[in-house]
Design a protein around this ligand. Structure first.
Ligand code: AKG
Ligand code: FE2
Length: 235
């Protein structure tokens, strides 16, 4: 009843209960072989496929999402395979993911707290490769707070999720639509009780993990896909 998107019963055992609705964390969603094959494919892509940002670089696959829809591009088979595997879990309410963002973070790199916005189906799923990271979640600035003392990032910080290599993370509902997420540009992560999925990730509280280079595949469904010929036929 809480899920308009019919998530299969199977997924329910992966719910992270110590976080707001809804997070699924699936350790070892892919094998080590699949991980190295994916990394090979990512690094085989032509240099021009990469967009260098100040604190990470990325590859965009499936088309560029725009407010009025996406000019869809066919996904390569090596990505389609995982889009279909994740979609078969029911993560996209019966639809099949059609967009993948590949992000690469060297140790010390990260991504500012942000919302993914309304262009996607209200689900984002992430496969992590090569290294863990900590995904940090923040409350948005409310209108009421705007009038008062400005809220610091620290005071808006709510919790973190540990995403280990080969895991799948699924975010929906408030975790996707209300909270902001980001990754601190650090070299080491101390795992405190603010990490909501420590147990599921198999890590002792108090442990420190050193970051390597992490590649994430952010797999999404973009609902409106324009056809190339329709676009070209218009002024
Ligand atoms: O690398 C990640 O897991 C997060 C990426 C992200 O937030 C995004 O691409 O919007
Ligand atoms: Fe994001």
């Amino acid at each position: 009843m809480e899920h308009p998107c019919s998530i299969f019963e199977d997924l329910e055992r992966y719910v992270v209960k110590d976080a707001p609705p809804t997070v699924y964390y699936i350790p070892d969603f892919i094998t080590e072989d699949e991980e190295s094959q994916l990394l090979q494919q990512v690094y085989k892509a032509p240099k021009t496929k990469w967009t260098q940002l100040s604190n990470r670089r990325l590859q965009n696959w499936g088309g560029l999402p725009r407010p009025k829809g996406m000019l869809g591009e066919k996904l390569p088979d090596w990505l389609l395979k995982y889009c279909e595997r994740i979609s078969a879990l029911g993560a996209f309410a019966g639809k099949t993911a059609n967009h993948v963002l590949v992000n690469e973070y060297k140790p010390g790199e990260g991504i500012m707290p942000h919302e993914d916005g309304p262009l996607y189906h209200p689900t984002v799923t992430t496969i992590s490769l090569g290294s863990h990271t900590l995904l940090d979640f923040y409350r948005p600035i409310s209108a009421q707070e705007l009038d008062e003392v400005p809220q610091t990032e620290e005071s808006r910080y709510l919790l973190s999720l540990l995403v280990r290599p080969r895991s799948l993370l699924i975010l929906q509902d408030d975790m996707y639509q209300r909270l902001l997420h980001g990754i601190q540009g650090t070299h080491h992560d101390s795992l405190t009780e603010r990490v909501a999925n420590l147990l599921a990730a198999g890590v002792q509280p108090g442990a420190t993990l050193t970051r390597g280079t992490r590649v994430s595949l952010t797999v999404r469904h973009v609902p409106i896909v324009m056809k190339a010929n329709l676009l070209l036929g218009r002024k």
